[in-house]
Design a protein around this ligand. Structure first.
Ligand SMILES: Nc1ncnc2c1ncn2[C@@H]1O[C@H](COP(=O)(O)OP(=O)(O)OP(=O)(O)O)[C@@H](O)[C@H]1O
Length: 314
């Protein structure tokens, strides 16, 4: 459905994203991971036609037969929201602080030709669809009257308003607390038509995506089904990412992770050892439940909810 070929992004003579190619099928959920500055956000912004001034994209990206790169802004405005939409990390900067949220959800529909009355009705429906309690009241609220999690749900409602074929999420849960993060991920999994999910968090990718793309230095250095990439990483950078994260392929020897001690726990609620562990950090509580025992550590419990993490020794 989405086909990206040789996508490059440049600022002056600096090539920030280099010859990236990948595809996303209908209904498919793909994770885009990589260290900070590896080019994940620029790749997404290039697909949305939202690159900052002075930054340009080349190559091709086609979604449902329509070009996304190198098309005039007028054409992009039509595609944005209807073909592809995006949820960003910080909803406060994306929402208009002076406008009631219902009106903001309705506005993205009226911009695409939906009559005002119908758009208002649909806005309330959408706020309910993203499981906001009392959608009528929420619709009358201003962004500052909502919690961070509620604002992120409003952003999701806006992104879904024109029934896009592809949803792109760029670290949408990073600013949320643990329980809210989990609920938001479940919601995204449920409502996304097809998904490109950008994150640093391998556990989030493991819980949400079927396929993964790994970026490093502006390139996609590895891609494939999640299980394959996590079990048999081919690129040294992916190996490093896995070793540094709290997920490691089953059978990984602790000896390959210097200074690591194992801890196992059950979900929901995070690692059960976190109170006793020398390295009890927030990450122990934030890891989402894994339902694939093959992706857990060396001692899966057999109920599909086993978990093992590697805490660096203090
Ligand atoms: N407007 C810009 N002009 C010049 N360089 C930029 C611009 N925006 C981003 N960059 C550079 O492009 C590279 C990729 O940035 P990008 O935001 O895509 O990284 P990222 O992988 O999304 O990082 P993070 O996970 O921290 O968000 C970085 O080196 C960044 O400094």
């Amino acid at each position: 459905m989405l086909t990206v070929e040789g996508l490059s992004v440049r600022a002056d003579d600096l090539e920030l994203v280099r010859e990236v190619s990948f595809g996303i099928g209908p209904g498919e959920r793909v994770g885009l991971i990589g260290e900070s500055g590896s080019g994940k956000s620029l790749t997404a912004l290039a697909l949305m036609g939202l690159l900052p001034d002075g930054v340009t994209a080349s190559g091709t990206a086609r979604l449902g037969g329509r070009d996304l790169v190198g098309v005039p802004e007028r054409r992009l405005k039509d595609l944005r929201g209807r073909t592809v939409s995006m949820v960003f990390q910080e909803p406060m900067t994306a929402l208009n602080p002076l406008m009631r949220v219902g009106a903001q959800v309705a506005e993205v529909m009226t911009l695409h030709g939906v009559a005002a009355g119908r758009a208002r009705e649909r806005a309330a429906e959408l706020l309910g669809r993203v499981r906001l309690p009392d959608p009528e009241r929420i619709a009358r609220s201003y962004p500052h009257q909502l919690s961070g999690g509620q604002r992120q749900r409003v952003m999701l409602a806006i992104a879904l308003a024109n029934e896009p074929d592809l949803l792109i999420c760029d670290e949408p849960t990073t600013a949320l607390d643990v329980t809210v993060q989990k609920q938001m991920l479940e919601l995204i999994a449920e409502v996304a038509p097809a998904l490109l999910f950008i994150t640093h968090d391998l556990a989030v990718v493991a819980s949400l995506c079927e396929r993964v793309l790994v970026m490093y230095g502006g390139r996609v250095v590895e891609s494939g089904p999640l299980r394959e990439v996590f079990k048999h990483p081919r690129h040294r950078y992916t190996e490093g990412l896995l070793a540094a994260s709290r997920l490691a392929p089953r059978g990984t020897r602790l000896a390959t992770i210097p200074g690591a001690v194992p801890a196992a726990g059950r979900f929901p609620g995070g690692c059960v050892f976190r109170d006793r562990c020398a390295h009890a950090t927030e990450t122990c509580a934030t890891a989402p439940a894994l339902t694939d025992p093959d992706l857990t550590g060396p001692e899966p419990r057999g109920d599909g909810h086993a978990f093992a993490c590697w805490h660096p020794r203090r």
